[in-house]
Ligand binder design. Structure first.
Ligand SMILES: Cc1cc2nc3c(=O)[nH]c(=O)nc-3n(C[C@H](O)[C@H](O)[C@H](O)COP(=O)(O)OP(=O)(O)OC[C@H]3O[C@@H](n4cnc5c(N)ncnc54)[C@H](O)[C@@H]3O)c2cc1C
Ligand code: FES
Ligand code: FES
Length: 1375
């Protein structure tokens, strides 16, 4: 909980720490969710619900009971069924989100009733998991539902009933009160106290650090010593400009501000009014949005003849997410909308419902009433208190609210609109058109309403209403999406949105008033459905079974420890970061910061005892805290100083008080790739240029029937782990330093920190229990964070923590490299590629970091499974003034794979052939019929990369064919076509992609392990050099033959296992498992004579403890029950002999293969996509743990969906990230995941060269998510085809809703009415069907149609002529 009414921090809840994981601190991720029980004054009943603890001031918890994950079930006693089912179903990887997930479901169950599967799915609207892909989690919750799917029921059965015996054994008392008995025992305990007492306890005051907090119980409260009269309270706002009323205090999740006085309204009796009468509903000023939703739903149940109450409730459910809706008030939402231009959903909903508000100012009895349409900035005095909301009942009204955001849930709307109609016979009697976030303040379109009233709901009216609406549309640009290379952002999309909304409303209204009957699946928005897996197929080998990961119980109960959980008292550091891309740091004035009470010091570059650089091959990982003031050129996100204070909040305030003067700011800044290419700004003078050069390009082009060129851009991606960059430095004796940090490269950090501190490497110890998600940047970009903490700890000789919040991380830490690629391709008429020249440039940011290796992997990912007879690839590393870009999951391969598949699609589009045909014709193919049935390995002699590396055990062609067969690809493709022929406003597409992914051991090879057997009981401690980032695998029990519960995997510690490499490239599990296995082999050899003796003596196999005890009992001849192992495969060119000669030839060691298909549905009117089904067939060799690996696969796939469709880093001209924090950056949530997700791990397929026959899996399935993008493109192509537009097109990345609409070319006509006509035009082709579908189109329209001409040039090359844009005038009805 946030102890004071301001921004929470990870640190502020650290002592004593309960598992309320702080991550975004914005109410946007759900990692911090806890459950509360409170008395609902409005409904006069106890309620149980979940809240975001990061937004909830601790003082606001007075009178509530709060349950954190520790109070649900415990690893030491027994687990609650929610915890057990999530654990058993592999519903976690890094586990950072898990306590929030557990509490989310727990609160739902405890709030009463048995939810349906759909309710349980929708309950995930406030929780993000970056690792798992959601299916396992959603299914675990569904297992408690009344209509659980068979697979969810199976899980319930598998988890069985509550283990009372275990409970009893561990604690007699616990069994009595055990919450863990399952959902049937999850009933709320209702206290007996009277309402009056409950209300009395709400009267609270609190003062701390210049803040005053009042929570009165009445507007006219005389008992309180603090507030004698409410009028005085109202006066506070006059005298104290930074005094505020608050209800949920959730607005700080959107934008922070500092306040002096907070007055909480939740307990005020007069503001807890809730009236429902025949004339409408009245809500007090302390009622939440959830109160509105519930009351409207109840109103609907009573007044069954009405439609609008439920429709309005549905509209309000778009507000934020359920944890916030039950805290946030309608009043706060309205006020932040008019005061800050907030993109509200609530305001336009209520505006269309004709709502009114009441407010008081200086006299509590002088209540004024105001229609919402008049609530504009300045309409209510600044000290006004909103007291009531009135929603009238309008008989016969039909209501709808539409909105689109970057993703379905927890995503502020680009713009929303509410509509209401009343009919009188065939004519419209009354109409409301409420426009939300186009301009700063929502408003009604009186012109559109004027057109509608008295009209019939026909097409002519629709056309006129759209035109009228645009006349009224005030439009304010949305700066978040404007970047230096796309200054318009999403504005043209936002301008077109009302047309689609009005069109949808017409469809639904026509349906409702029985004017036309539309296909139900074309109405409204794309549905959200529970996720299901179908039949997961895999094979378990002895010892390699499907079992929960080692820490599963600890993760679900919150007993595991992340860096912030280390209970070491420490000061807090908050960095001052540069927000300019170039410039000279002239002055850093820290005097104001030092005056703040609690600020201890400000640390700058002058305090660095060693080198101000963390050298990294071949460039630098910046530890730049400003080398010499006045002579240091700054970059965006660079650390300029670190303010150290006694609390996180004070340190943050101090950082805000530091004055920074930078000369020549942003002069000649290089931000975009095009700027870098034009300026020839390469990373170092000898810039990185990786080359594939095979065959003779010119000859290849000459031999081709068609030669064409193209350009692609792929955007970057933030890694977005839920645990952000964090470090805790603790000074030790002899100038030593222990650093706990969240990392994938702890030994690398150790070495760099020794340089920074100027001490021998052995003086620095880096430790970590686990990282709460890593995904790449914690290989290198943790060094600046750890260095800041270490330098401050060194200077002050005290422990110092530095923990980034989401916004800081996205400003300071780079992400995936964006790429520009130009290609020239020669192809034959049959689609066989003859030659391909690729030139790519990546945005490396300011330092090399891993860019060199990344470019190599990007280039090597381009060929994939295809045969390129003549090929050249150059990849250049460009330097820009941005934070260094770095490794992010799959490391260069998604960008390369994107280029590859874009080329294949371009070939298909230009030849007018199905893209799958082009994939197949260029793929390395064996004799599929034979191959399909032969035993593995199935080698293809011709499967060789363009750089000559044999693709050993190649089976991508078999996987491709089997998957297409199993997923009924051809039949479903036909079904999609049939669906598209029947539906105009919904389109479907299905696509399949193959995969070959090269793995390189070099990143992790040589990471060792130490296995210790404890002689007294045979328990085992495994230490290894890998970082636990969610793999959760151990092979020690397989290798030693000892029971799993005797094994503990210890923290990573540079003192125990030295010289570890990075945890990345998906292969650390293999390397570390093999290292542990080597150690175990030695131990077994030590134990062998003892086993032989015991068998001889007892004529039976000894138990593991007996065996170990025997070895440990030999007095004077103590056996060494400790061994180390190391694994460094000698297959790649980085492994050398002592003379430095490479032992291998290629960069990579082996390939893994896969295939995936996806089917999606597109809402043509908004550009939204919903993945319906994905099928994956993947070669993981012999799976080490199928459950964990399927989880990794699904997680990587969903990460890929985020990359291709939703996540959009946006930089402005200063290089500052505009998509900072969860408010602006949108990784996928549950609705973005395929509704049906079928996964098969290829069986009978051990990899002969692999560790225990396995292959890596953490990253490659990412690329199979391209199938979702491919399917979306096919759906778009279907729209274009129907409208007589070229089917072949290129999509920018990511393929967001606005990009999709642009590609559909429906928003391209000069005025909005034009595109409705353009859509209508295609109806002319089949006018009867068009009319049957509904709208009668009477108007002729002028619109643009791109006419595609296919021509065969004299030299035999085909090309498309898209230049012929003709103006066509056509009366679509022929009238
Ligand atoms: C992550 C996140 C996502 C969100 N997404 C959406 C979304 O998609 N759509 C949407 O519509 N909203 C969204 N919201 C906004 C949210 O729904 C709340 O409306 C908003 O946070 C304010 O609610 P509150 O009651 O907590 O206000 P507070 O934070 O308590 O107050 C906000 C302002 O209103 C004033 N105020 C509050 N009550 C009164 C009163 N009775 N009289 C006078 N002044 C008052 C306060 O002084 C303050 O200035 C989101 C919020 C968050 C944090
Ligand atoms: S930390 Fe509270 S919602 Fe993210
Ligand atoms: S397990 Fe959900 S974020 Fe890692």
């Amino acid at each position: 909980m946030n102890p004071i009414p301001d921004r929470c921090s990870s640190s502020s809840c650290a002592t004593p720490r309960l598992k309320t994981q702080p991550s975004c601190l914005q109410g946007g991720c759900g990692a911090c969710v806890v459950a509360i029980q409170e008395y609902d004054l409005a409904n006069k009943r106890w309620v149980y619900r979940s809240v975001n603890s990061c937004l909830k001031p601790l003082v606001a918890c007075h009178g509530l009971s709060v349950t954190t994950v520790e109070g649900v079930g415990s690893e030491r006693r027994c687990l609650h069924q929610v915890q057990k089912r999530i654990a058993e179903n592999h519903g976690m990887q890094c586990g950072f989100c898990t306590p929030g997930m557990v509490m989310n479901t727990y609160a739902l169950l405890k709030s009463g009733g048995k939810p349906t599967a759909e309710e349980s799915m929708k309950n995930y609207d406030g929780n993000i998991c970056r690792c798992t892909g959601y299916r396992n989690l959603v299914q675990a919750s569904e297992s408690f539902c009344s209509d659980a799917s068979p697979e969810a029921q199976q899980l319930a059965e598998k988890c069985g009933a509550h283990d009372a015996d275990l409970c009893d054994k561990l604690s007699g008392r616990w069994v009595e009160s055990c919450h863990a008995r399952g959902p049937e025992h999850a009933k709320m305990d209702v206290p007996r106290q009277s309402d009056a007492w409950l209300m009395a306890i709400q009267d609270v005051s609190f003062f701390k650090e210049g803040f005053a907090w009042y929570a009165p119980m009445s507007l006219e409260d005389r008992r309180s010593t603090l507030i004698n009269r409410w009028e005085e309270a109202l006066e506070i706002k006059k005298s104290k400009p930074r005094a505020m009323y608050i209800l949920g205090d959730t607005a700080k999740g959107i934008r922070q501000a500092a306040y002096e006085v907070l007055r909480r309204l939740a307990g005020v009796t007069e503001l807890n009014v809730l009236e429902k009468t025949g004339t409408g509903l009245t809500f007090g000023g302390a009622l939440t949005i959830q109160h509105l939703v519930e009351a409207l739903e109840q109103y609907q149940e009573v007044h069954t003849q009405l439609q609008w109450p439920k429709a309005l409730a549905d509209g309000l459910k778009n507000v934020a997410q359920h944890h916030i809706r039950s805290e946030a008030g309608w009043a706060g939402n309205l006020l932040i909308t008019i005061q800050r231009g907030f993109p509200s959903d609530l305001f336009p909903c209520l505006l269309a419902a004709d709502a009114e508000i009441s407010f008081v100012t200086s006299n509590a009895r002088d209540e004024k009433r105001l229609a919402l349409m008049d609530l504009k900035p300045g309409a209510v005095p600044f000290n006004a208190l909103l007291t009531k909301l009135h929603i009238p009942n309008v008989e016969g009204a039909f209501f709808k609210y539409y909105r689109v955001g970057q993703r379905k849930w927890l995503s502020h709307c680009f713009a929303g609109a509410g509509f209401r109609l009343q009919m009188d016979g065939a004519k419209v009697k009354d109409a409301r058109v409420a426009l939300g976030y186009w301009a700063a303040t929502p408003s009604r379109s009186s012109k559109a309403e004027g057109v509608l009233v008295g009209s019939q709901l026909d097409t002519a009216t629709l056309q006129s209403a759209i035109r009228a609406l645009h006349e009224d549309l005030e439009f304010a640009e949305e700066r978040q999406f404007q970047t230096v290379d796309n200054p318009e952002g999403k504005d043209s999309y936002r301008r077109n949105l009302p047309d689609g909304y009005l069109f949808k409303f017409f469809q639904e209204a026509q349906n409702h008033f029985k004017i036309k009957s539309w296909p139900p699946e074309e109405l409204g928005t794309l549905p959200v459905k529970p996720l299901k897996a179908g039949d997961l197929k895999f094979q378990e080998a002895p010892g390699l079974e499907n079992k929960p990961q080692l820490s599963a119980m600890g993760l679900t109960t919150g007993s595991v420890r992340y860096t912030d959980d280390q209970q070491i008292p420490a000061l807090f550091g908050y960095p001052v970061l540069s927000e300019v891309a170039t410039g000279k740091l002239e002055h850093l004035d820290v005097s104001e910061a030092l005056k703040i009470e609690g600020v201890v010091d400000v640390v700058t570059a002058a305090d660095i005892p060693g080198k101000n650089c963390a050298g990294f091959v071949p460039g630098r990982v910046g530890v730049e805290i400003g080398e010499t003031l006045g002579d240091w050129r700054v970059l965006t996100g660079q650390q300029l100083a670190l303010v150290v204070a006694d609390s996180y909040r004070t340190a943050k305030r101090g950082a805000g008080a530091v004055q920074v003067k930078i000369a020549n700011a942003n002069e000649d800044a290089i931000i975009t790739l095009d700027q870098a290419i034009a300026a020839e700004s390469y990373l170092d003078s000898a810039h990185f240029r990786n080359t594939v050069d095979k065959g003779d390009l010119e000859e290849g082009f000459k031999a081709s029937d068609l030669v064409f060129e193209g350009t692609t851009y792929v955007i970057g991606q933030h890694a977005f782990p839920l645990e952000k960059q964090t470090a805790l430095a603790v000074p030790e004796e002899k100038k030593g330093m222990t650093v706990w940090h969240s990392t994938q490269g702890h030994d690398f950090t150790r070495a760099k920190l020794a340089g920074v501190l100027g001490v021998p490497g052995s003086s620095v110890v880096c430790k970590q229990s686990r990282a709460g998600g890593a995904f790449g940047p914690k290989n290198s970009r943790q060094v600046p964070t750890a260095a800041m903490a270490a330098v401050a700890a060194h200077k002050l000789d005290k422990a110092v923590r530095v923990a980034y919040e989401a916004t800081l991380e996205q400003l300071a830490v780079g992400g995936r490299h964006s790429f520009k690629t130009q290609y020239k391709v020669g192809v034959n008429k049959d689609g066989k590629i003859q030659a391909c020249n690729v030139e790519s440039w990546c945005n490396g940011g300011c330092t090399h970091d891993f860019t060199g290796f990344l470019n190599l992997e990007m280039g090597e990912a381009i060929p994939s499974v295809y045969w390129w007879p003549n090929m050249k690839i150059n990849v250049h590393a460009m330097k820009t003034n941005l934070p260094s870009n770095t490794a992010v999951r799959s490391f260069g391969s998604p960008q390369g794979n994107f280029v590859c598949e874009a080329i294949i699609e371009d070939v298909a589009g230009r030849l007018g052939k199905p893209v799958e045909e082009i994939r197949e014709i260029n793929m390395f193919l064996g004799d599929l019929e034979t191959v399909f049935f032969v035993d593995f390995p199935c080698t293809r002699e011709n499967a060789v990369t363009p750089w000559g590396q044999p693709m050993e055990y190649y089976n991508a062609d078999m996987l491709w064919k089997k998957l297409k067969q199993d997923a009924s690809f051809v039949e479903r493709e036909k079904q999609c076509e049939a669906f598209n022929a029947q539906h105009r406003w919904r389109k479907r597409g299905i696509s399949a992609v193959p995969l070959a992914y090269g793995h390189c051991y070099a990143y992790a090879a040589g990471t060792g392990a130490l296995v210790n057997i404890h002689g007294d009981d045979g328990s085992v401690t495994v230490h290894h050099g890998g970082c636990e980032i969610g793999q959760g695998t151990s092979v020690a029990e397989v290798s030693l033959g000892c029971p799993l519960d005797l094994i503990r995997v210890a923290d990573t510690n540079t003192e125990v296992v030295p010289n570890a490499r990075f945890t990345g490239g998906s292969i650390t599990t293999e390397v570390v498992c093999e290292a542990a296995r080597q150690a175990c082999k030695q131990l077994l050899e030590t134990l062998r004579p003892h086993r032989e003796f015991l068998v001889k003596r007892d004529s039976k196999e000894p138990s593991w403890p007996e065996l170990v005890a025997a070895a440990n009992a030999v007095l004077g001849h103590q056996e060494k029950l400790s061994a180390t192992g190391i694994f460094s495969p000698a297959g790649n060119k980085y492994t050398t002999d002592v003379e430095g000669n490479a032992l291998g030839t290629y960069h990579g060691d082996y390939f893994t293969y896969g295939a995936g298909t996806s089917e999606v549905e597109l809402d043509v009117l908004t550009g939204e996509i919903r993945p319906l089904r994905s099928d994956i067939l993947y070669d993981v060799g012999q799976s080490i743990n199928p459950g964990i690996e399927i989880g990794q696969l699904e997680g990587a796939f969903v990460y890929g969906i985020g990359y291709y469709l939703y996540e959009e880093p946006l930089r402005d001209a200063r290089g500052v990230e505009r998509s900072q924090g969860v408010w602006a950056y949108k990784p996928p949530m549950a609705p973005e995941v395929p509704i049906e997700f079928k996964v098969e791990l290829l069986r009978d397929n051990p990899f002969p060269k692999g560790v225990l026959g396995s292959k890596a899996i953490g990253e490659p399935p990412f690329m199979l998510a391209y199938s979702v993008l491919g399917a979306a493109k096919k759906a778009i192509a279907s729209v274009r085809k129907e409208n007589g537009l070229p089917e072949h097109f290129q999509m920018p990345m990511p393929c967001t809703v606005d990009a999709i609409q642009k590609a559909c070319l429906l928003g391209s006509a000069p005025v909005a009415s034009g595109w409705v006509e353009a859509k209508a035009r295609s109806g002319a082709v089949d006018d009867a069907r068009w009319r049957a579908l509904g709208l009668e189109l009477r108007l002729g329209g002028v619109f643009l149609v791109g006419r595609r001409e296919r021509s065969c040039k004299a030299d035999g090359q085909m090309s498309w002529d898209t230049s012929q844009q003709s103006q066509v005038t056509q009366d679509v009805t022929g009238a």
